[in-house]
Design a protein around this ligand. Structure first.
Ligand SMILES: *Cc1c(COP(=O)(O)O)cnc(C)c1O
Length: 430
C-alpha cells in the first residue's frame, strides 16, 4: 500500500515511511491510496473471530510489503490483548467500552499498534529509535505503556509539572525500563515547544534517531477501525444503529468511517463534541470556523482545530452532501455533562465518564423511536475523579488497578523549560 499526503505536495510513501515520518513534509496527513473493501464472505467468516483476527484481516493490505504476515499477526495479537465489550446501558442504548486496556482509555489500541510496528522496524534497522512525546495527560500514558518493554525503542515523555492528575502522573512515571519521564516546570505548550525544537535540531534528531508518536500517525489511526468492525459483527442490525463518538482530534471517529468504507455494516455517525464544536458547526453550515480553545470537563476533547479533519473530507471524497448524508453533529456544554452523568447513573446505574456522557446525551436526543444507538465509552471514569465527584455528589469507588498504581513510586527527572537543559539531558541519556 502507498500513502499520499492530503495536501498532495509530498511524494507517495510506503507504510513504513509513513509510520516513521509521521507527518508528510507538506504538513498534510498520510492517507492510504486505496481502501480495500472486504467481501461479504470474509465479513461473515469473521463473525465470531477474536479482535486480533479481525485486525489481521483489516490491516494486512495496509501494511504490505513492509511487514510480513507473521509480523502483523504478532503485532495485532500483542496490541489487542484486552477486551472491548459491548455493554447494554438501557433498552436501546449500548456502550462500546474502549477502556479495558492498560491505561484505561481507547488510545491504548493505537499506541500499542504503533509501538509494535516501530519495534519491528527497529529490529531490521538494528538501530535504536527514540520517541519523544509531550503530553497533557492521557496520550503520554497510553504511549508510555504501549512502548514499555519494546526492544530497540526508547521513550522520553515530557509532562507539565503539577498539571496532570495524580493517576496520570503515576502512569507516566512508574514504568521505568525504556521509559523516561521528564517533569517540566511549565505548561503543556512549553513541553510541546521543547519537543518541536528537538525535532528541528539536526544534530540531536540524527544522533538519537528521533521519531514521534503523534496521534495523527497512520499506525495509531488505522487500527482504531478494528473495534468498529467488531461492533458491526457483534451488534444485531448495526447498519441501522446510530453511532455516537465523543470527538476531539477526530482520529477515533474517522477510523470508524474507515471501517464502514471497508464494507463493515455500520449505521450513521453522530460526532459529539464539547464546547469546542468546530465540526458540528461545520456540518450545519459548511463553514469551517476555528475559534479559541475552551477548557471543559471533557478535557481530552479540548481541541479547537482537529488534526484529523482532512481525513474526514478524504473519506467522503470532499463532497459535503455525501458527508452530511452519513454524519451529523452534536454538542454538549459542561453543565449538561454533569447533569447527564448524574441522570444516567440515577436511571440506569451506568457510570459514564465525562467524554462518554456527551455521546450518551447525543443518543438520548437524536435516536428515533425503536432505533438502537451505541456510544463509544472512551475512558474509565476514575481518570476524571474530580469531575465525577462533582456530578455524582460522592467520590467514585477506587478500582483495584488505580489503588495499585497509586502505591507505586514515582520516578521522574525535573527540569526547566530551557531548551539547552533539555538538550544536555537528552545527550546524556543516549
Ligand atoms: C483522546 C480522547 C478523546 C478524543 O478522541 P479523538 O480521536 O481525538 O477524537 C475522547 N475521549 C478520551 C477519553 C480521549 O482520551
Amino acid at each position: 500500500m502507498k500513502y499520499f499526503s492530503t495536501n498532495r505536495e509530498s511524494n507517495e510513501v510506503s507504510f513504513k515511511e509513513a509510520v516513521i515520518n509521521s507527518l508528510p513534509a507538506d504538513k498534510g496527513l498520510y492517507f492510504p491510496k486505496s481502501i480495500p473493501a472486504l467481501d461479504a464472505r470474509t465479513i461473515v467468516n469473521l463473525k465470531d473471530a477474536s479482535l486480533p483476527a479481525i485486525g489481521f484481516e483489516m490491516m494486512k493490505d495496509f501494511v504490505q510489503p513492509d511487514l510480513t504476515k507473521s509480523q502483523l499477526k504478532d503485532i495485532v495479537e500483542d496490541a489487542l490483548s484486552f477486551e472491548i465489550p459491548l455493554v447494554q446501558a438501557e433498552e436501546n442504548i449500548f456502550s462500546l467500552e474502549l477502556f479495558h486496556g492498560p491505561t484505561y482509555a481507547f488510545k491504548d489500541v493505537g499506541a500499542r499498534f504503533l509501538a509494535r510496528c516501530l519495534g519491528e522496524f527497529a529490529k531490521k534497522d538494528a538501530r535504536e529509535t527514540t520517541i519523544l512525546v509531550a503530553t497533557s495527560g492521557d496520550t503520554g500514558g497510553a504511549v508510555a505503556n504501549g512502548f514499555y518493554g519494546v526492544e530497540g525503542v526508547k521513550v522520553i515523555i515530557l509532562y507539565p509539572s503539577g498539571k496532570v492528575s495524580d493517576l496520570q502522573e503515576k502512569q507516566l512515571t512508574t514504568l521505568g525500563g525504556n521509559i523516561t519521564a521528564l517533569e517540566v516546570e511549565g505548561d503543556f505548550d512549553d513541553c510541546q515547544a521543547l519537543v518541536k525544537q528537538a525535532f528541528l535540531d539536526k544534530e540531536l534528531s540524527e544522533k538519537l534517531n528521533l521519531t514521534s508518536a503523534n496521534s495523527i500517525n497512520i499506525a495509531r489511526w488505522m487500527p482504531q477501525s478494528i473495534y468498529y468492525a467488531s461492533l458491526a459483527l457483534k451488534m444485531q442490525n448495526a447498519e441501522e444503529a446510530l453511532i455516537a463518538v465523543p470527538s476531539g482530534n477526530y482520529g477515533n471517529v474517522t477510523a470508524g468511517m474507515l471501517a464502514k468504507r471497508m464494507s463493515f455494516p455500520l449505521g450513521k455517525f453522530l460526532v459529539c463534541s464539547n464546547a469546542n464544536d468546530v465540526v458540528p458547526r461545520y456540518l450545519e453550515s459548511c463553514e469551517y470556523e476555528v475559534l479559541p480553545t475552551v477548557a471543559t470537563y471533557a478535557n481530552a476533547m479540548d481541541v479547537s482545530n482537529p488534526s484529523n479533519f482532512p481525513r474526514m473530507l478524504e473519506l467522503y471524497d470532499h463532497t459535503f452532501d455525501d458527508l452530511i448524508q452519513d454524519v451529523s453533529g452534536f454538542t454538549l456544554h459542561d453543565e449538561q455533562i454533569l447533569e447527564t452523568i448524574e441522570q444516567c447513573h440515577k436511571e440506569t446505574g451506568y457510570v459514564l465518564d465525562p467524554h462518554g456522557a456527551i455521546g450518551y446525551a447525543g443518543l438520548k436526543e437524536r435516536l428515533k423511536i425503536d432505533q438502537q444507538g451505541v456510544f463509544l465509552e472512551t475512558a474509565h471514569p476514575i481518570k476524571f475523579a474530580p469531575v465525577m465527584e462533582k456530578a455524582l455528589g460522592e467520590k467514585l469507588e477506587m478500582p483495584e488497578f488505580a489503588e495499585d498504581l497509586m502505591l507505586k513510586q514515582k520516578k521522574s527527572t525535573k527540569m526547566s523549560s530551557e531548551y539547552s537543559e533539555f538538550k544536555n539531558l537528552l545527550k546524556r541519556t543516549s
